[in-house]
Design a protein around this ligand. Structure first.
Ligand SMILES: [Zn+2]
Length: 175
């Protein structure tokens, strides 16, 4: 069985000491540089097995990635808009994945967990549509949600895919 050992902050610092020895400085974002950028944005799950920089093999400074539970776009909208305030986004790719944790939990269970901590704060949260029953349907639903959102510029291309944690392959979901 794979090790489930926790990686603590001191482990991260030790690993960072090694990493920083070969780190190449990233360029600073100047206003001029930002103004000229047209970007593809990836929205995907926060699952540690789902790392777009690895499975699509691009450098960390090339593509912005928003990672949230399930990669459900409704919950990423603040981040999408924050990014869009700074740079132009001309394409958004939604990537859900095989064996996602949100497939095992109902919307009601997410709400109940929040209620355990605070009834009043939980009432302000919206978990409707967090659960994924079918990956093709969840990707199509999130692509449609973005395409129909008045908060997303109408000329933004929105596409969807599924990442298979077993094969390592991406499958395009047409919609
Ligand atoms: Zn997931």
């Amino acid at each position: 069985m794979a090790s489930q050992a926790k990686i603590s902050l001191s482990d991260l610092l030790d690993r960072n000491k090694e990493y920083s020895k070969s780190h190449k400085p990233f360029p600073f974002y100047t206003k001029e540089l930002l103004a000229g950028l047209k970007r593809t944005l990836i929205v995907t799950c926060m699952d540690p097995r789902v790392i777009p920089e690895k499975f699509s093999n691009f450098e960390a400074n090339k593509v912005p990635v928003i990672r949230c539970a399930g990669g459900r776009v409704k919950y990423a909208i603040h981040d999408i808009l924050s990014l869009n305030t700074i740079v132009a986004i001309d394409e958004i790719v939604v990537i859900h994945h095989v064996d996602c944790g949100v497939m095992q939990v109902t919307d009601e269970a997410f709400q109940a967990e929040a209620k355990k901590r605070s009834e009043s704060e939980a009432a302000k949260l919206d978990f409707e549509g967090m659960h994924i029953a079918d990956l093709h349907e969840s990707v199509k639903s999130d692509v449609a949600w973005l395409r129909n959102s008045p908060l997303i510029k109408s000329d933004t291309a929105v596409k969807g895919a599924i990442f298979d944690i077993v094969s390592g392959k991406l499958e395009v979901v047409e919609s």
